[in-house]
Write a new protein. Structure first.
Length: 332
């Protein structure tokens, strides 16, 4: 993963030298709403930071925000206290990071799922549509009703990237399969409402959906729970969630946020940190679908072959999965 990340940076900044390490290595990470144990996106970032600590003995500072105003306050406090690099987890931290990065130009920052154009910020993006395409194939092949579902968190372009890629994978199996879709809300609260997630899932199940993919942070726990309770299948997101409801989580679309955090810490420690935009997809091993003992009996060899074939074609460029964020449109 680290080699791929370095290659991506080199491609974007061919002439840019590594960012000068003028500050002591004191890493910090700021989690977004939902908390570091959301079993999803934040927890993936936490796992990367914790793995770095376990392997190197390096302590890191952390903070879990509980309201919007705390983003900028926490970033400024970290920077003022000499932390570097500081990783902001989540697109919603972009405005706060842009402001603080200007105030502390010698501090190394990184943000996941957003772009902040500044000479001291590394912006880490993922090609969620590619991983979602693969789990869409698995969902379509698993479905017995010809209907599958999607429950998103906050209704934003990022989450519609997941939805659009998922639709693409489903429709590649059969144009006749219907994709039911709901978004949980339009504010940050949409990431941490498992009760509402369960309600939306039960509604989709009542309409015939028998496999439901969520991209909803902590809200998704309610999605997976409701699917399991009804004897249907859920699909997890960001972290491997197969173990949450064994036998009822078909797979998980994993974003390797843990590796991105680990590599950012490692680069800063070794004086190899650099700013710029990094895009991590299937070719860079930035996204994948999860297979383990919890879902081994759910995914047939035929399903895995179909997913792996599509993965190879995406990596080679034979299949181009549409990125919703480029034109706010989904052609599938």
């Amino acid at each position: 993963m680290k080699q791929f990340l370095a290659a991506c940076l080199a491609a974007s900044f061919l002439a840019a030298p590594a960012f000068a390490q003028d500050t002591e290595f004191k890493p910090a990470i700021l989690f977004d709403l939902g908390g570091k144990f959301d079993k999803s996106f934040n927890e993936g970032a936490y796992n990367g930071a914790q793995r770095y600590k376990d392997e190197t003995g390096t302590e890191y500072r952390e903070f879990e925000i509980t309201n919007e105003a705390q983003r900028e306050q926490a970033l400024r406090r970290f920077a003022r206290d000499g932390a570097s690099p500081i990783i902001s987890v989540g697109f919603a931290q972009a405005a706060a990071l842009e402001a603080v990065a200007k105030e502390y130009p010698d501090t190394q920052f990184a943000i996941i799922d957003a772009v902040v154009d500044a000479p001291n910020v590394r912006s880490i993006l993922f090609k969620e549509e590619e991983g979602s395409y693969l789990v869409g194939i698995l969902a379509a092949m698993k479905s017995e009703t010809g209907k599958v579902g999607f429950v998103g968190g906050m209704d934003i372009p990022l989450i519609r990237k997941f939805l659009c890629g998922y639709k693409g994978g489903v429709k590649s199996v059969s144009e006749d399969i219907e994709v039911l879709e709901n978004m949980t809300g339009t504010t940050g609260a949409a990431w941490n409402d498992p009760v509402r997630g369960g309600e939306l899932t039960r509604s989709q199940i009542s309409q015939g959906a028998d496999v439901i993919f969520h991209a909803a942070g902590g809200t998704g726990i309610g999605v997976l729970q409701a699917a399991a309770d009804a004897g249907k299948f859920g699909i997890g997101v960001d972290s491997n969630q197969n173990m949450l409801f064994p036998g009822h989580v078909l797979t998980s679309m994993v974003k390797k946020v843990d590796n991105a955090v680990y590599d950012t810490f490692e680069d800063a420690k070794n004086g190899e940190w650099s700013a710029g935009v990094v895009n991590l997809g299937l070719a860079e091993d930035g996204v994948t679908y999860a297979m383990d003992e919890n879902n081994a009996d759910l995914v047939t060899d035929e399903m895995k072959t179909a997913a792996e074939d599509a993965k190879a074609k995406i990596v080679s460029g034979e299949i181009e999965v549409h990125d919703y964020s480029t034109d706010s449109n989904c052609p599938y």
